[in-house]
Design a protein around this ligand. Structure first.
Ligand code: ADP
Length: 401
Protein backbone atom coordinates (compact mmCIF):
# COMPACT_ATOMS: atom_id res chain seq x y z
CA UNK A 1 0.00 0.00 0.00
CA UNK A 2 2.89 2.35 0.84
CA UNK A 3 4.38 1.79 -2.56
CA UNK A 4 1.19 2.61 -4.40
CA UNK A 5 0.71 5.78 -2.31
CA UNK A 6 4.19 6.86 -3.35
CA UNK A 7 3.42 6.07 -6.95
CA UNK A 8 0.20 8.04 -6.82
CA UNK A 9 2.05 11.03 -5.40
CA UNK A 10 4.72 10.74 -8.07
CA UNK A 11 2.03 10.74 -10.73
CA UNK A 12 0.40 13.84 -9.27
CA UNK A 13 3.77 15.55 -9.15
CA UNK A 14 4.32 14.91 -12.83
CA UNK A 15 0.80 16.07 -13.70
CA UNK A 16 1.12 19.20 -11.58
CA UNK A 17 4.47 20.18 -13.06
CA UNK A 18 3.25 19.63 -16.61
CA UNK A 19 0.85 22.57 -16.11
CA UNK A 20 3.60 24.98 -15.03
CA UNK A 21 5.36 26.63 -17.95
CA UNK A 22 8.38 28.06 -16.13
CA UNK A 23 9.96 27.32 -12.78
CA UNK A 24 12.43 29.68 -11.15
CA UNK A 25 14.22 29.05 -7.87
CA UNK A 26 15.31 31.92 -5.66
CA UNK A 27 18.39 30.77 -3.76
CA UNK A 28 20.91 32.32 -1.42
CA UNK A 29 24.14 31.10 0.02
CA UNK A 30 23.16 32.21 3.50
CA UNK A 31 20.13 33.47 5.41
CA UNK A 32 19.06 37.05 5.93
CA UNK A 33 20.26 38.46 2.61
CA UNK A 34 16.77 39.21 1.29
CA UNK A 35 15.98 36.03 -0.62
CA UNK A 36 12.31 36.01 0.44
CA UNK A 37 12.01 39.74 -0.24
CA UNK A 38 13.30 39.17 -3.78
CA UNK A 39 11.03 36.13 -4.31
CA UNK A 40 7.91 38.02 -3.16
CA UNK A 41 8.60 41.16 -5.19
CA UNK A 42 9.51 39.14 -8.26
CA UNK A 43 6.29 37.14 -8.02
CA UNK A 44 4.24 40.33 -7.61
CA UNK A 45 6.03 41.99 -10.56
CA UNK A 46 5.26 39.00 -12.80
CA UNK A 47 1.63 38.98 -11.68
CA UNK A 48 1.39 42.71 -12.50
CA UNK A 49 2.71 41.93 -15.95
CA UNK A 50 -0.35 39.74 -16.47
CA UNK A 51 1.22 36.37 -15.75
CA UNK A 52 -0.34 33.53 -13.77
CA UNK A 53 2.12 33.09 -10.96
CA UNK A 54 2.59 30.63 -8.10
CA UNK A 55 4.82 31.49 -5.16
CA UNK A 56 5.98 28.55 -3.10
CA UNK A 57 7.73 29.21 0.20
CA UNK A 58 9.60 26.19 1.40
CA UNK A 59 11.99 28.01 3.65
CA UNK A 60 11.16 25.51 6.34
CA UNK A 61 12.95 27.14 9.23
CA UNK A 62 11.85 30.69 8.58
CA UNK A 63 8.83 30.95 6.29
CA UNK A 64 8.41 34.72 5.90
CA UNK A 65 6.25 34.94 2.79
CA UNK A 66 2.93 35.03 4.72
CA UNK A 67 4.13 38.05 6.72
CA UNK A 68 5.48 39.82 3.64
CA UNK A 69 2.19 39.45 1.79
CA UNK A 70 -0.04 40.24 4.76
CA UNK A 71 -1.36 36.69 4.82
CA UNK A 72 -0.51 35.76 8.37
CA UNK A 73 -4.13 35.12 9.22
CA UNK A 74 -4.78 33.26 5.99
CA UNK A 75 -5.56 29.62 6.48
CA UNK A 76 -5.07 27.07 3.78
CA UNK A 77 -8.33 25.35 3.05
CA UNK A 78 -7.41 21.74 3.65
CA UNK A 79 -9.34 19.32 1.56
CA UNK A 80 -8.93 15.63 2.08
CA UNK A 81 -5.97 15.05 -0.13
CA UNK A 82 -4.91 18.35 -1.57
CA UNK A 83 -3.68 21.76 -0.47
CA UNK A 84 -5.35 24.88 -1.83
CA UNK A 85 -3.09 27.91 -2.31
CA UNK A 86 -4.14 31.34 -1.08
CA UNK A 87 -5.01 33.56 -4.06
CA UNK A 88 -4.32 37.28 -4.45
CA UNK A 89 -5.37 38.28 -7.95
CA UNK A 90 -3.40 36.18 -10.41
CA UNK A 91 -0.91 35.17 -7.69
CA UNK A 92 -1.30 31.87 -5.85
CA UNK A 93 0.69 31.51 -2.67
CA UNK A 94 1.60 28.44 -0.65
CA UNK A 95 3.84 28.57 2.38
CA UNK A 96 4.85 26.16 5.01
CA UNK A 97 3.87 29.02 7.33
CA UNK A 98 0.17 28.47 6.49
CA UNK A 99 0.36 25.01 7.96
CA UNK A 100 1.90 25.94 11.27
CA UNK A 101 -0.79 26.58 13.83
CA UNK A 102 1.29 28.97 15.87
CA UNK A 103 3.53 31.21 13.83
CA UNK A 104 6.01 31.50 16.64
CA UNK A 105 6.28 27.75 16.82
CA UNK A 106 9.79 26.47 16.20
CA UNK A 107 9.67 23.55 13.89
CA UNK A 108 12.07 20.75 14.46
CA UNK A 109 12.10 18.78 11.29
CA UNK A 110 13.94 15.57 10.81
CA UNK A 111 15.52 15.17 7.39
CA UNK A 112 12.98 12.76 5.89
CA UNK A 113 10.11 14.94 7.09
CA UNK A 114 11.57 17.93 5.28
CA UNK A 115 11.84 15.99 2.06
CA UNK A 116 8.30 14.70 2.55
CA UNK A 117 6.84 18.14 2.99
CA UNK A 118 8.71 19.58 -0.01
CA UNK A 119 7.49 16.72 -2.18
CA UNK A 120 3.98 17.21 -0.88
CA UNK A 121 4.02 20.90 -1.75
CA UNK A 122 4.89 20.18 -5.33
CA UNK A 123 2.59 17.19 -5.76
CA UNK A 124 -0.46 18.05 -3.68
CA UNK A 125 -0.93 21.79 -4.00
CA UNK A 126 -3.61 22.71 -6.52
CA UNK A 127 -1.53 25.08 -8.62
CA UNK A 128 -3.56 24.70 -11.79
CA UNK A 129 -2.14 26.27 -14.96
CA UNK A 130 0.72 28.65 -14.23
CA UNK A 131 3.07 30.72 -16.38
CA UNK A 132 5.59 30.82 -13.52
CA UNK A 133 6.26 29.03 -10.28
CA UNK A 134 8.67 31.03 -8.11
CA UNK A 135 10.19 28.93 -5.34
CA UNK A 136 11.60 30.60 -2.23
CA UNK A 137 14.06 27.87 -1.32
CA UNK A 138 15.85 27.33 1.99
CA UNK A 139 19.28 29.04 2.11
CA UNK A 140 22.54 27.21 1.57
CA UNK A 141 23.54 24.31 -0.60
CA UNK A 142 22.25 21.43 1.48
CA UNK A 143 19.66 18.68 1.16
CA UNK A 144 16.63 20.91 0.85
CA UNK A 145 17.57 23.00 -2.18
CA UNK A 146 18.93 19.80 -3.68
CA UNK A 147 15.63 18.00 -3.13
CA UNK A 148 13.66 20.81 -4.80
CA UNK A 149 15.88 20.85 -7.86
CA UNK A 150 15.58 17.12 -8.21
CA UNK A 151 11.81 17.07 -7.73
CA UNK A 152 11.23 19.89 -10.21
CA UNK A 153 13.09 17.96 -12.87
CA UNK A 154 14.10 20.73 -15.21
CA UNK A 155 13.63 24.17 -13.66
CA UNK A 156 14.39 27.14 -15.96
CA UNK A 157 17.05 28.27 -13.53
CA UNK A 158 17.93 30.02 -10.33
CA UNK A 159 18.26 33.62 -9.19
CA UNK A 160 20.97 33.95 -6.55
CA UNK A 161 20.62 36.66 -3.93
CA UNK A 162 23.64 38.04 -2.11
CA UNK A 163 24.70 41.14 -0.19
CA UNK A 164 27.93 43.07 -0.82
CA UNK A 165 29.77 41.61 2.19
CA UNK A 166 32.51 39.07 1.61
CA UNK A 167 30.83 36.35 3.74
CA UNK A 168 27.73 36.54 1.59
CA UNK A 169 29.76 36.65 -1.62
CA UNK A 170 31.70 33.55 -0.57
CA UNK A 171 28.42 31.80 0.12
CA UNK A 172 26.95 32.75 -3.25
CA UNK A 173 30.05 31.45 -5.01
CA UNK A 174 29.21 28.09 -3.45
CA UNK A 175 25.66 28.48 -4.75
CA UNK A 176 26.98 29.02 -8.27
CA UNK A 177 29.05 25.83 -7.93
CA UNK A 178 25.97 24.02 -6.59
CA UNK A 179 23.92 25.10 -9.61
CA UNK A 180 26.67 23.99 -11.97
CA UNK A 181 26.83 20.56 -10.37
CA UNK A 182 23.10 20.17 -10.86
CA UNK A 183 23.17 21.65 -14.39
CA UNK A 184 20.75 24.28 -13.12
CA UNK A 185 21.14 27.48 -15.20
CA UNK A 186 22.05 30.56 -13.17
CA UNK A 187 19.63 33.22 -14.42
CA UNK A 188 21.63 35.81 -12.54
CA UNK A 189 22.95 37.26 -9.32
CA UNK A 190 21.23 40.10 -7.43
CA UNK A 191 23.18 42.24 -4.99
CA UNK A 192 20.70 43.23 -2.27
CA UNK A 193 21.26 45.73 0.56
CA UNK A 194 23.68 47.43 -1.76
CA UNK A 195 24.01 51.01 -0.59
CA UNK A 196 21.41 52.98 1.33
CA UNK A 197 18.55 54.76 -0.45
CA UNK A 198 17.83 58.02 1.35
CA UNK A 199 14.10 58.17 2.12
CA UNK A 200 14.11 61.96 1.60
CA UNK A 201 15.92 62.42 -1.70
CA UNK A 202 16.32 58.88 -3.03
CA UNK A 203 20.11 59.25 -3.42
CA UNK A 204 21.96 55.97 -2.86
CA UNK A 205 24.99 55.95 -0.50
CA UNK A 206 27.26 52.92 -0.16
CA UNK A 207 27.54 51.41 3.32
CA UNK A 208 29.47 48.25 2.68
CA UNK A 209 31.81 48.15 -0.27
CA UNK A 210 29.28 47.85 -3.06
CA UNK A 211 29.74 46.20 -6.41
CA UNK A 212 31.19 42.91 -5.09
CA UNK A 213 28.19 41.03 -6.44
CA UNK A 214 28.75 42.40 -9.92
CA UNK A 215 32.47 41.63 -9.86
CA UNK A 216 31.77 38.15 -8.52
CA UNK A 217 29.17 37.52 -11.24
CA UNK A 218 31.63 38.65 -13.92
CA UNK A 219 34.41 36.48 -12.49
CA UNK A 220 32.17 33.42 -12.40
CA UNK A 221 30.66 34.09 -15.81
CA UNK A 222 27.04 34.46 -14.69
CA UNK A 223 24.66 37.36 -15.48
CA UNK A 224 24.36 40.24 -13.02
CA UNK A 225 20.77 41.35 -12.50
CA UNK A 226 21.39 44.52 -10.55
CA UNK A 227 21.77 46.09 -7.14
CA UNK A 228 18.89 46.71 -4.74
CA UNK A 229 19.64 49.43 -2.18
CA UNK A 230 18.80 49.14 1.49
CA UNK A 231 15.64 51.09 1.86
CA UNK A 232 13.92 51.44 5.23
CA UNK A 233 10.57 51.27 3.45
CA UNK A 234 11.42 47.76 2.15
CA UNK A 235 11.87 46.51 5.70
CA UNK A 236 8.71 48.24 6.90
CA UNK A 237 6.67 46.88 4.01
CA UNK A 238 7.95 43.36 4.58
CA UNK A 239 6.76 43.61 8.15
CA UNK A 240 3.34 44.98 7.31
CA UNK A 241 2.61 42.78 4.33
CA UNK A 242 2.64 45.27 1.46
CA UNK A 243 4.69 44.11 -1.50
CA UNK A 244 7.19 46.87 -1.89
CA UNK A 245 7.23 47.03 -5.65
CA UNK A 246 3.53 47.85 -5.64
CA UNK A 247 3.50 50.52 -2.95
CA UNK A 248 6.62 52.46 -3.86
CA UNK A 249 6.79 52.03 -7.60
CA UNK A 250 9.13 54.93 -8.32
CA UNK A 251 11.86 54.46 -5.68
CA UNK A 252 15.32 53.15 -6.69
CA UNK A 253 14.67 49.91 -4.78
CA UNK A 254 11.32 49.27 -6.51
CA UNK A 255 12.83 49.98 -9.91
CA UNK A 256 15.63 47.55 -9.11
CA UNK A 257 13.08 44.86 -8.23
CA UNK A 258 11.20 45.62 -11.45
CA UNK A 259 14.35 45.31 -13.57
CA UNK A 260 15.00 41.96 -12.00
CA UNK A 261 11.70 40.77 -13.46
CA UNK A 262 12.64 41.68 -17.05
CA UNK A 263 14.86 38.66 -17.86
CA UNK A 264 12.36 36.36 -16.12
CA UNK A 265 9.55 37.79 -18.24
CA UNK A 266 11.72 37.21 -21.29
CA UNK A 267 11.51 33.45 -20.58
CA UNK A 268 7.85 33.62 -21.52
CA UNK A 269 7.51 36.10 -24.37
CA UNK A 270 4.29 34.80 -25.89
CA UNK A 271 1.59 35.34 -23.31
CA UNK A 272 2.45 38.75 -21.87
CA UNK A 273 -0.51 41.09 -21.58
CA UNK A 274 1.25 44.20 -20.38
CA UNK A 275 -0.47 47.53 -20.63
CA UNK A 276 1.30 49.69 -23.15
CA UNK A 277 0.22 53.28 -23.75
CA UNK A 278 -1.79 53.72 -26.93
CA UNK A 279 0.47 54.54 -29.81
CA UNK A 280 -0.64 57.70 -31.54
CA UNK A 281 2.58 58.36 -33.39
CA UNK A 282 2.22 58.38 -37.18
CA UNK A 283 5.76 57.03 -37.36
CA UNK A 284 4.48 53.64 -36.25
CA UNK A 285 4.39 51.48 -39.36
CA UNK A 286 1.52 49.37 -38.08
CA UNK A 287 -0.08 48.62 -34.76
CA UNK A 288 2.52 46.12 -33.70
CA UNK A 289 5.78 47.90 -34.33
CA UNK A 290 7.42 50.42 -32.06
CA UNK A 291 10.84 51.97 -32.13
CA UNK A 292 12.46 52.69 -28.81
CA UNK A 293 15.41 55.11 -28.70
CA UNK A 294 17.78 54.99 -25.72
CA UNK A 295 20.83 57.27 -25.20
CA UNK A 296 23.71 54.84 -24.79
CA UNK A 297 27.28 54.87 -23.49
CA UNK A 298 29.39 51.71 -23.09
CA UNK A 299 26.41 49.45 -23.74
CA UNK A 300 24.17 50.99 -21.07
CA UNK A 301 21.72 53.85 -20.81
CA UNK A 302 23.58 57.15 -20.50
CA UNK A 303 21.81 59.44 -18.00
CA UNK A 304 22.62 62.73 -19.77
CA UNK A 305 20.22 62.74 -22.68
CA UNK A 306 21.50 65.84 -24.42
CA UNK A 307 25.18 64.92 -24.24
CA UNK A 308 25.16 61.35 -25.39
CA UNK A 309 27.41 60.18 -28.15
CA UNK A 310 25.23 57.37 -29.31
CA UNK A 311 21.62 56.22 -29.38
CA UNK A 312 20.39 52.66 -29.55
CA UNK A 313 17.31 52.32 -31.70
CA UNK A 314 15.42 49.11 -31.01
CA UNK A 315 12.65 47.98 -33.28
CA UNK A 316 10.16 45.98 -31.26
CA UNK A 317 7.23 43.77 -32.13
CA UNK A 318 4.74 44.90 -29.49
CA UNK A 319 2.58 41.82 -29.80
CA UNK A 320 5.27 39.20 -29.80
CA UNK A 321 7.22 41.26 -27.22
CA UNK A 322 10.46 40.84 -28.99
CA UNK A 323 13.26 42.86 -30.48
CA UNK A 324 13.16 42.67 -34.26
CA UNK A 325 15.96 45.08 -35.10
CA UNK A 326 18.70 47.05 -33.43
CA UNK A 327 20.92 49.95 -34.56
CA UNK A 328 23.52 52.09 -32.85
CA UNK A 329 23.27 55.64 -34.23
CA UNK A 330 25.41 58.76 -33.83
CA UNK A 331 23.30 61.90 -33.31
CA UNK A 332 23.90 65.23 -35.07
CA UNK A 333 26.06 67.88 -33.34
CA UNK A 334 24.61 69.34 -30.15
CA UNK A 335 22.20 72.23 -30.71
CA UNK A 336 18.79 72.99 -29.15
CA UNK A 337 15.94 71.02 -30.67
CA UNK A 338 18.23 68.93 -32.89
CA UNK A 339 17.83 65.65 -31.01
CA UNK A 340 14.02 65.53 -30.98
CA UNK A 341 13.95 66.38 -34.69
CA UNK A 342 16.54 63.76 -35.54
CA UNK A 343 14.96 61.02 -33.38
CA UNK A 344 11.61 61.72 -35.03
CA UNK A 345 13.26 61.31 -38.44
CA UNK A 346 14.69 57.99 -37.26
CA UNK A 347 11.14 56.84 -36.58
CA UNK A 348 11.34 56.69 -32.79
CA UNK A 349 8.00 56.20 -31.06
CA UNK A 350 9.30 55.93 -27.48
CA UNK A 351 12.31 57.48 -25.74
CA UNK A 352 13.69 55.89 -22.58
CA UNK A 353 16.03 58.26 -20.74
CA UNK A 354 17.60 58.85 -17.35
CA UNK A 355 16.91 62.55 -17.48
CA UNK A 356 15.82 65.11 -20.05
CA UNK A 357 15.29 68.87 -20.15
CA UNK A 358 11.76 70.23 -20.10
CA UNK A 359 12.10 71.73 -23.60
CA UNK A 360 13.06 68.41 -25.19
CA UNK A 361 10.22 66.68 -23.36
CA UNK A 362 7.80 69.24 -24.81
CA UNK A 363 9.14 68.73 -28.35
CA UNK A 364 8.72 64.96 -28.10
CA UNK A 365 5.20 65.37 -26.73
CA UNK A 366 4.31 67.59 -29.74
CA UNK A 367 5.48 64.84 -32.07
CA UNK A 368 3.47 62.16 -30.22
CA UNK A 369 6.59 60.42 -28.99
CA UNK A 370 6.26 58.88 -25.51
CA UNK A 371 9.05 59.71 -23.05
CA UNK A 372 10.04 57.70 -19.98
CA UNK A 373 12.47 59.52 -17.67
CA UNK A 374 14.18 58.26 -14.52
CA UNK A 375 15.23 54.97 -16.13
CA UNK A 376 18.31 53.28 -14.62
CA UNK A 377 21.67 52.78 -16.37
CA UNK A 378 20.81 49.32 -17.65
CA UNK A 379 21.28 47.74 -21.08
CA UNK A 380 18.91 48.90 -23.84
CA UNK A 381 17.58 45.32 -24.20
CA UNK A 382 16.62 45.06 -20.52
CA UNK A 383 15.05 48.50 -20.49
CA UNK A 384 13.00 47.79 -23.61
CA UNK A 385 11.83 44.45 -22.17
CA UNK A 386 10.84 46.16 -18.91
CA UNK A 387 8.98 48.85 -20.85
CA UNK A 388 7.09 46.31 -22.93
CA UNK A 389 6.24 44.38 -19.79
CA UNK A 390 4.71 47.52 -18.32
CA UNK A 391 7.10 47.58 -15.37
CA UNK A 392 9.28 50.50 -16.43
CA UNK A 393 7.41 53.63 -15.50
CA UNK A 394 8.50 57.26 -15.40
CA UNK A 395 10.34 58.13 -12.21
CA UNK A 396 12.26 61.22 -11.12
CA UNK A 397 14.08 63.07 -13.87
CA UNK A 398 17.70 62.17 -13.11
CA UNK A 399 19.35 65.00 -14.97
CA UNK A 400 17.91 67.81 -17.07
CA UNK A 401 20.73 68.37 -19.53
P1 ADP B 1 16.17 35.83 3.59
O1 ADP B 1 14.98 35.26 2.88
O2 ADP B 1 17.42 35.83 2.76
O3 ADP B 1 16.41 35.23 4.94
P2 ADP B 1 14.52 38.19 3.94
O4 ADP B 1 13.99 38.43 2.58
O5 ADP B 1 13.61 37.53 4.93
O6 ADP B 1 15.90 37.38 3.86
O7 ADP B 1 15.06 39.59 4.49
C1 ADP B 1 15.62 39.72 5.78
C2 ADP B 1 15.20 41.05 6.37
O8 ADP B 1 15.82 42.11 5.66
C3 ADP B 1 13.70 41.29 6.29
O9 ADP B 1 13.28 41.87 7.49
C4 ADP B 1 13.54 42.26 5.14
O10 ADP B 1 12.47 43.12 5.36
C5 ADP B 1 14.83 43.04 5.17
N1 ADP B 1 15.27 43.48 3.83
C6 ADP B 1 15.53 42.71 2.75
N2 ADP B 1 15.95 43.46 1.70
C7 ADP B 1 15.94 44.75 2.12
C8 ADP B 1 16.25 46.03 1.50
N3 ADP B 1 16.69 46.12 0.24
N4 ADP B 1 16.11 47.16 2.27
C9 ADP B 1 15.68 47.06 3.56
N5 ADP B 1 15.39 45.92 4.19
C10 ADP B 1 15.50 44.77 3.49
Amino acid sequence: ARKSADEAQEQRLVQNLARIRHQVLVLSGKGGVGKSTVAVNLAVALAFAGKRVGLLDIDIHGPSVPTMLGLVEAATPLSKDSLVPVEIGSLKVMSIGFLLRDRNQAVIWRGPMKMGVIRQFLAEVEWGDLDYLIVDAPPGTGDEPLAICQLLGQPDGAILVTTPQEVALAAVRRSVAFCRQLSLPVLGVVENMSGFACPKCGAVTDIFTAGGGEAMAAAMGVPFLGRIPLDPAVGADCDTGHPFIHHHATTPAAQAFARLAAPILALDPTTATATIPANTNPNARDNHTMKIAIPTAAGKLCPHFGHCEQFTLLEMDEQAKRITGQQLLTPPPHEPGALPRWLHQQGATVIIAGGMGARAQGLFAEKGIAVVVGAPADTPENLAAAYLAGILVSGNNLCDH
